[in-house]
Structures are given as structure tokens and as C-alpha cells.
Design a protein around this ligand. Structure first.
Ligand code: ZN
Length: 165
């Protein structure tokens, strides 16, 4: 059982449902129909501006946050285009311009957008798909609980919606 009175503070595990809309009110992403996202507050799992908005809230609270591109996923960089050998891309044979695919980097998986497909190489845009956009986040706090010693040591939350090992 979770303690209903717990408020969000550093190193507490927070379950959130979120919906993200762009400046035109178009839904960009939502996990409302899925398991809530499990995050460890204050560890940079969420964007900093979202962690700030959640601080002190409790289960059942809803929070709306408007972020400018810099607070969200950064400004677009027009020079952020790279030509890659197809062998570094998943499903390279099926890629078409405009599609998104995942690139394994030393910092973990990264979503890139395909610009051009050649015989052996693919031009990809490394900008985050949401870079350059002002975004409105609607957050609903589903649960707040204390983190386990193991979660604190790992720096992330465990369980459904969180990290799996
Ligand atoms: Zn872990």
C-alpha cells in the first residue's frame, strides 16, 4: 500500500500519466491508455521543468506545464544531420524519408528521422523529434511512494512503467 499523504520530493518514486500537446493543441504523445510512467524525482528522469512543477504535489493532483523549446527538447539544429552506413540502422532496407528509427549510441538508443536513403548510406536528422517545439504537458500524479534502497542506488525506479533489468 502506498501512503496517500506522501508528497513529491527528491528521491520519491512518482507514477504519472501524461499527455503532451503542441502549440496548436495537437496531441503529440500520451500514456493515458498505458501503465503510468514510473520516475525517480530529482534524478533527471523527467525534464527539469516538469520535476519542478511536480515538487510538493500528491497522488490525484493534476498539473499543466507549458514549456518553451529550450525547456522541452531543445532548439532544432539545422547542422544536426549525419550520413550513416546502413549497417548501423535497424531495418535499413525498409527505411523511407520521413520515417523515424532508432540508432544505438554510446549514450543509449536515440530516435532519429530519416531524410534520404541511398544505396549504402542513409542521411538522418539527429534532432529529437520534438526539438524546436513549444509543448504543453498535462500531468496526472497517480502514485507517490518512497524509493527502495536498490532504486536509490540505481538512480531510477523499478517495476511496471519503470526500469526493468
Ligand atoms: Zn535498476
Amino acid at each position: 500500500m502506498s501512503d496517500e499523504r506522501l508528497v513529491i520530493a527528491k528521491d520519491r518514486v512518482v507514477s504519472v500519466h501524461y499527455a503532451i500537446h503542441n502549440a496548436d493543441g495537437v496531441l503529440v504523445e500520451s500514456n493515458r491508455d498505458d501503465e503510468p510512467l514510473l520516475t525517480l524525482q530529482g534524478r533527471g528522469v523527467l525534464l527539469g521543468a516538469l520535476e519542478q512543477a511536480l515538487e510538493g504535489r500528491a497522488a490525484g493532483d493534476t498539473v499543466s506545464v507549458a514549456l518553451n523549446p529550450e525547456q522541452a527538447f531543445g532548439e532544432r539544429r539545422e547542422d544536426f544531420v549525419q550520413r550513416l552506413s546502413k549497417k548501423y540502422l535497424q531495418n535499413a532496407a525498409r527505411l523511407k524519408p520521413g520515417m523515424q528509427t532508432t540508432l544505438q549510441t554510446k549514450d543509449g538508443p536515440r530516435t532519429v528521422t530519416v531524410l534520404k536513403v541511398g544505396g549504402k548510406v542513409v542521411d538522418v536528422d539527429l534532432n529529437h523529434p520534438l526539438a524546436g517545439l513549444a509543448l504543453n504537458f498535462d500531468l496526472e500524479v497517480v502514485d507517490v511512494r518512497a524509493a527502495t534502497a536498490e532504486e536509490l542506488a540505481h538512480g531510477h525506479a523499478h517495476g511496471a512503467g519503470g526500469h526493468h533489468h
